[in-house]
Design a protein around this ligand. Structure first.
Ligand code: SF4
Length: 470
């Protein structure tokens, strides 16, 4: 899947020489030893490899097989993925754990020589891991973050794979008032669970969707519900994503400010109007700047801007310009994503993936890293998505002391997350994080509303979970 992310069936069930393009692996266990075989045929060329090891030499069969296959794929496909054989979502967590178990040098060697990651990607993961260690150290076992899901957007972006409803459709718009009612009820219920279990709230994060799709009145209602039902004394970070500039109004920003929201996201994705049009965002780059300036006037001093490398019709020059603009505007956080071609996005279903090559995406990310570093930003969190172009990563960059702790703790699964709203997931961690239990809220707003009482029953598990560890 690293080399052919959009293929559905690439593995042969049975080996036949005339199978055309194929990728074949086999493990043969005979007495005393194990033989690993890999063969790969692509565009008329075939490469194969095999090795035998004594039983006691094999600690991880999957690794032995894949490390045999990987060089074949690399050679015939003609490129080496930056992260080598690593497929996981959290490379920084992996390297951080290795560093904590051993030391930095061993962790570096593990990435470069065991997984074939490039030295550049390895250093990136190490830098992130070092920042993350500081944040993780400050967390105690009873602390948690609250996640609020608002699964509505003004229109749907062509690359989007989230469950987000465009309020351009009447059916979605009609659901919103009842959605807000139920959300406030769920907040009250969840607040009670937090109190009963003596949990300490350290950060609140609203995502979606686009939370500022709600009216100023509804934002006020939900923000008040949180204040009424949770103890915010220890809450040091409050983020509301206001991602789409076309949802931002002075009234909404004033409401956020009144309720002490300290961090917002205003996401350009790109500063090229042609690209914005190509991805179905019905706003201009100028509007992003206008709303950014408005947020500054109202007093927001921590603003995140998301950018995406590899958007359809974008160019290397266009992307460089977008990074330069976000830096020039002085955003405290700049998150650089790699476009992921998810099957549920219209970009894939309607075959609009555009023409940005993986090589160009690599250059875009290199440029971002170079200028962000030069401008005083550092990488503080990172994750990978399946089907990202070139299997590249998403990196959150920030100015000194401006990291969003929630992003780190949620992504690396180091803190309980109590979540409210459709599609959100509550995550409960056992002591020592030996086990993570998840409670899934219903995905779609109509289902969330119609099955609300079942949902509250499911969330009773919060109390029994903590009861088990008393
Ligand atoms: S703004 Fe974000 S959540 Fe909404 S449609 Fe676009 S990508 Fe999806």
């Amino acid at each position: 899947m690293l080399f052919f992310p959009l293929e559905k069936n690439i593995a042969l069930k049975e080996f036949t020489e005339d199978a055309g393009d194929y990728f074949y692996t086999e493990i043969i266990r005979a007495e005393g030893n194990v033989t690993f075989k890999a063969a790969f045929s692509y565009k008329g060329e075939t490469l194969s490899n095999e090795k035998s090891l004594k039983n006691e030499e094999v600690t991880d069969e999957e690794y032995e097989l894949l490390s045999l296959a990987y060089p074949l794929l690399k050679e015939l496909c003609g490129f080496a993925p930056g992260w080598g054989m690593l497929t996981g979502v959290r490379p920084s967590k992996l390297i951080m754990n290795k560093m904590l178990e051993t030391n930095e040098e061993t962790a570096r060697d593990y990435f470069i020589n065991h997984f074939f990651a490039t030295p550049e990607k390895t250093e990136l993961a190490l830098s992130v891991a070092k920042r993350e260690i500081e944040i993780v150290k400050s967390i105690d076992e009873k602390s948690f973050s609250l996640y609020v899901s608002i699964p509505f957007c003004p229109t749907r972006c062509s690359y989007c794979s989230f469950v987000s409803h465009s309020i351009g459709t009447d059916s979605a718009k009609k659901l919103m008032p009842e959605y807000v009612n139920k959300l406030c009820e769920e907040i009250a219920f969840t607040g009670l669970k937090a109190k009963e279990n003596e949990l300490k709230l350290t950060s609140v994060y609203w995502g979606g969707g686009t939370p500022t799709t709600l009216s100023a009145e509804d934002l006020d209602r939900v923000l008040s519900a949180i204040e009424d039902n949770f103890d915010l004394t220890n809450c040091t970070e409050y983020t509301v994503e206001a991602g789409r500039p076309d949802t931002i109004t002075p009234e909404k920003l004033q409401v956020l400010k009144k309720h002490k929201v300290g961090r917002i996201s205003i996401n350009p994705q790109t500063f090229s109007n042609g690209v914005l049009e190509a991805i179905g965002r019905k706003h201009s780059a100028e509007l992003t700047i206008e709303k950014y300036n408005l947020a500054r006037e109202i007093g927001f001093d921590c603003i995140n801007m998301d950018l995406i490398a590899g958007l359809p019709t974008d160019t290397l020059e266009g992307f460089k310009n977008s990074v330069d603009k976000a830096i020039a505007l002085g955003a405290e956080n700049i998150t650089v994503h790699t476009l992921a071609l998810k099957r549920s996005s219209t970009i894939v279903t309607e075959n609009e993936s555009g023409s940005v090559s993986e090589k160009d995406v690599a250059k875009m990310l290199d440029y971002a890293k170079k200028v962000l570093t030069k401008s005083g930003y550092y990488p503080y969190y990172m994750y990978r998505q399946s089907k990202a172009l070139g299997n590249f990563e998403n990196v959150g960059w920030c100015k000194e002391h401006k990291e969003c702790k929630y992003n780190v703790l949620m992504m690396e699964e180091y803190q309980h997350i109590l979540s409210v709203g459709a599609g959100s997931v509550t995550k409960l961690l056992s002591p020592g994080i030996e086990k993570i239990e998840r409670i899934f809220n219903y995905k779609f707003p109509f289902e969330y509303i119609s099955r609300f009482s079942e949902l509250l029953e499911k969330k009773e598990r919060i109390s029994t979970f903590f009861g088990e560890y008393q």
